[in-house]
Design a protein around this ligand. Structure first.
Ligand code: GL1
Length: 203
């Protein structure tokens, strides 16, 4: 979802930054890059590595909640216009060719983002931060997605923008396609544009 179908990275960055600035913990793009595909609480742990004080579990939950509040303000402004027409066309074309589509995202805001951008009906299953206990590079999120579709991992293609996602796909026995940052990772296919999936699936 994030970084593949929609570009929420900048919202995550701004929301984490606002929280980190408030508590006086240094946060920049380099740290932000380590958060891709990582769950909310694990992301917070990475950010707090730079903190000079320790936080209790309750304080950490409040900080994660604070960040999510800032993030949701950005998400509320998202609309169908935030999904490029060629991406919508590609999803429809994959369905026409008989493929099933599932989301595999660590985000707990997945369903909200899909609703805001009117993508919900384009997917047959959703595996997200609300049904997993382990973040990528653990394959849990993809294994659940395959299970929801009643498919074996070796019948699926995972499309990822994060190196940790490609690692997760491999660990779960999935074929993978990398886009963006994950284009240079260890993916089976490297995509310049998401619409290239249409040529990959025909091979
Ligand atoms: C969580 C993390 C984000 C990002 C997404 C995965 O989202 O907080 O940093 O790694 O998972 O794309 P969320 O807070 O929406 O559950």
């Amino acid at each position: 979802l994030d970084g593949v179908l929609v570009y929420t990275d900048k919202f995550h960055y701004l929301a984490w930054k606002k929280m980190a600035d408030r508590i006086g913990v240094p946060f920049d793009e380099t740290i932000n890059n380590r958060l891709r595909g990582v769950s909310r609480m694990d992301s917070l742990e990475i950010i707090l590595e730079r903190s000079t004080r320790k936080y209790t579990q309750e304080e950490k939950e409040d900080l994660a909640e604070e960040k999510n509040g800032y993030y949701k303000e950005f998400l509320k402004k998202m609309s169908p216009a935030d999904v490029r027409p060629e991406i919508r066309g590609m999803l429809k074309e994959l369905h026409k060719r008989g493929y099933q589509l599932a989301i595999g995202s660590s985000s707990k805001n997945t369903k909200f983002i899909l609703a805001q951008t009117q993508l919900t009906d384009d997917f047959d299953a959703i595996s997200d931060g609300t049904n997993i206990t382990k973040s990528k590079p653990d394959p849990e999120v993809f294994l659940k997605a395959a299970e929801y579709l009643c498919l074996f991992p070796n019948e699926c293609l995972v499309v990822e923008d994060a190196a940790s996602g490609i690692e997760a796909a491999k660990a779960g026995g999935f074929c993978s396609a990398g886009i963006g940052d994950a284009n240079s990772a260890d993916a089976d296919y490297r995509l310049e544009k998401l619409s290239e999936i249409l040529t990959v699936v025909n091979q």
